[in-house]
Design a protein around this ligand. Structure first.
Ligand SMILES: Cc1cc2nc3c(=O)[nH]c(=O)nc-3n(C[C@H](O)[C@H](O)[C@H](O)COP(=O)(O)O)c2cc1C
Length: 199
């Protein structure tokens, strides 16, 4: 199976080093319920501002064909081409208010952290995860009766990696694209914004 470990300047924890976002999912290999629960537990145990836990998740598995098709319809057409093979599709939401109804400016940040923990837990279990911002937010809101105080953020596909031959030509090519990152000097500053930290 294709691996694309991070080419980092220093050693990383293997889970962080080896995580990447394949589009080739094995449709014939369901995610065991224990693994799915572990991934969701990892999200549940994320730190959040005032412990509000603003994240919400809608889960669909291929064991329920109708539920899976409904979640898949929330991905845009481009993303559906690969997400359809993933046995688990999860839509990630965040409440914009706390439990008292006051605005919670940290909720998008907190959801991002929760998804990151879910992704790493999945990686630790030998699963692959591909996040998608290319989703039909209004369609999802209507289809799942999502309340007005809750934002649709992202969806992600979870499953076992397949050989890239399961993908259409253009996506198969992209599967081999090198993983790139900005230089540290572009993102880590000291003294004033834009001044690279001397590391
Ligand atoms: C919030 C978010 C939205 C993304 N949206 C899409 C998407 O709509 N379609 C897609 O194919 N990949 C999507 N990705 C995957 C990114 O393109 C990918 O994470 C990035 O290129 C870095 O590659 P890596 O995850 O393999 O390190 C998204 C990732 C994140 C975190």
């Amino acid at each position: 199976m294709l691996n694309k470990p991070a080419q980092s300047a220093r050693d990383l924890h293997p889970i962080i080093r080896d995580r990447w976002s394949p589009r080739a999912f094995d449709a014939s290999k369901p995610v065991p319920q224990d693994a799915l629960i572990s991934v969701l537990e990892a999200a549940r145990w994320t730190a959040s501002s005032n412990n509000v836990q603003p994240w919400r998740f809608i889960v669909a598995t291929s064991a329920d064909a109708e539920g899976h098709a409904k979640a898949l319809a929330g991905f845009n057409e481009r993303n559906q081409r690969w997400a359809k093979n993933a046995p688990v599709l999860i839509i990630a939401l965040y409440r914009t208010v706390n439990d008292q109804g006051a605005p919670n400016g940290a909720s998008a940040y907190d959801l991002g952290a929760a998804v990151a923990q879910a992704v790493l837990q999945g990686t630790a279990l030998g699963l692959v995860v591909h996040q998608a911002g290319g989703i039909e937010k209004d369609k999802i809101r209507a289809a799942y009766n999502i309340p007005a105080d809750t934002e649709v953020a992202v969806a992600f596909a979870l499953g076992y990696q397949a050989d890239e031959s399961v993908l259409p030509d253009d996506l198969r090519e992209r599967e081999h694209a090198p993983r790139a990152r900005k230089d540290m000097s572009e993102i880590v500053f000291a003294g004033s914004y834009g001044t690279p930290a001397k590391l």
